[in-house]
Design a protein around this ligand. Structure first.
Ligand code: PMV
Ligand code: MG
Length: 394
């Protein structure tokens, strides 16, 4: 039996803007996982999940057509991930086999409500990784990201795929999305295997190290929100307010770039300042688009955190789900957590999940690994891996 875990995530900054090519966001992977198990099957295969069931379908009418909206059903991400990974395995000359695949998620609460920690992304990454192992295919983190991003894009269609990057690379990341139009065009021109080795225009992933003094606190509102529907609403609204939207994009980029610099410099004060600015920008976006991002509960969650000395904002698409707080580690958060409790906000005591890049097994492989990575478009991931590979060479 193959067992693979993929972590959930939270957006820290840059939301909504990041769905546009090249716009930056900061995202963090958390120690809540989707676990995928695969075993060979005989006669008939089974795909089974405790949390995800195909027991209702959302659809609308378009003329005489019934059009289904599968974007909030994780089952469809599992199927898409299987489809893509098997297409890749076929291209690599692997005979396709029958299997049972089991999915278990701690990204959904015991009563079936989602925390907003990115279960669709984690389930996609988990399924891709499990099946790659099943077919004995070794891909780099960058290639796993690309395969999972295509599988996710085929279902949701309107996301930035930053949650996929967080689930593959782990830890804190600065992320810029690739050009999805370019990808759409390339898919008709080159094979999947070629696509996974090509540089993707716009894509940039940098691993960040937070200052020692930084503490991330997460509050859960208890009400789930649909990212895909909120992004649809923002898209529709912003196409009517182009000038304000362009200004939002410019400001969001500036704020997130300063935030990332704050991480590079290990400067908690700068990080907190930019988090507060990003909250303000998202409030402005909400005002001119008339899309409700910061609900009343999220506002109270943030205001209480600010009174306690933190910088706070909504996380991700908002509309419910979680709020995040950046605090100095020396601040006692117990009083804030108790206040949250009184207004129905639950503290999620989660930690950041780090993923070790694959360790290079042999000297010769280490050398070619270094040469290969030198051509990579991921300088920081490269330098991290390079450092590891070099350490091995020495
Ligand atoms: O609500 P979440 O955690 O799924 O985050 C969505 C973030 C957006 O920027 C609004 C959309 C996206 O795909 O990046
Ligand atoms: Mg959300």
């Amino acid at each position: 039996m193959i067992t693979v875990k993929a972590p959930g995530k939270l957006y820290i900054a840059g939301e909504y803007a990041v769905v546009e090519t090249g716009q930056p966001a900061v995202i963090v992977a958390l120690n809540q996982f989707v676990t995928v198990r695969v075993e060979p099957a005989h006669g008939m295969g089974r795909i089974q999940s405790k949390q995800y069931q195909e027991n209702s379908l959302i659809w609308r009418r378009q003329g005489d057509e019934m059009v289904f909206d599968n974007r909030d059903n994780p089952f469809h991400y599992i199927l898409s991930a299987i489809h893509l990974t098997e297409a890749y395995a076929s291209e690599q000359g692997k005979p396709l086999r029958l299997f049972n695949l089991y999915v278990d998620s701690d990204l959904d609460s015991a009563d079936g409500r989602k925390f907003g920690l990115g279960s669709s992304a984690a389930v996609t990454v988990g399924t891709v990784k499990a099946l790659l192992q099943f077919y004995d295919l070794a891909l780099s983190q960058e290639q796993i990201y690309k395969l999972s991003a295509i599988a996710h894009l085929d279902i949701q269609g309107n996301g930035s795929l930053g949650d996929i990057a967080a689930s593959v690379f782990g830890g804190w990341i600065a992320y810029r999305s690739f050009d999805r139009e370019w990808l759409r065009a390339q898919r008709n021109l080159v094979s999947l295997s070629e696509l996974l080795t090509m540089p993707w225009p716009g894509l940039d992933i940098e691993l960040l190290t937070p200052p020692q003094s930084l503490r991330l606190l997460i509050g859960w509102t208890g009400s789930p929100a649909s990212t895909s529907h909120l992004v649809d609403q923002i898209k529709a609204a912003t196409s009517r307010s182009q000038a304000q939207y362009k200004q939002f994009l410019r400001r969001s980029r500036a704020v997130v770039e300063k935030l990332v610099q704050g991480f590079r410099d290990g400067n908690l004060a700068v990080i907190k300042q930019q988090i507060s600015r990003n909250r303000f920008l998202l409030q402005q976006l909400s005002q001119f688009s008339h899309v409700h991002i910061e609900t009343m509960k999220l506002s109270s969650l943030c205001d209480l955190a600010i009174q306690a000395g933190g910088a706070a904002k909504t996380s991700g698409a908002g509309g419910g789900d979680c709020g995040i707080v950046i605090l100095d580690r020396t601040v006692d958060a117990d009083a804030l957590i108790a206040q949250w409790h009184k207004i129905g906000v639950q503290h999620l005591p989660l930690n950041v999940h780090l993923i070790q890049p694959p360790v290079v097994p042999r000297l010769r492989e280490a050398r070619s690994f270094c040469q290969q990575e030198k051509r990579s478009r991921f300088p920081c991931i490269f330098s991290e891996k390079y450092g590891r590979a070099l350490a091995y060479l020495l």
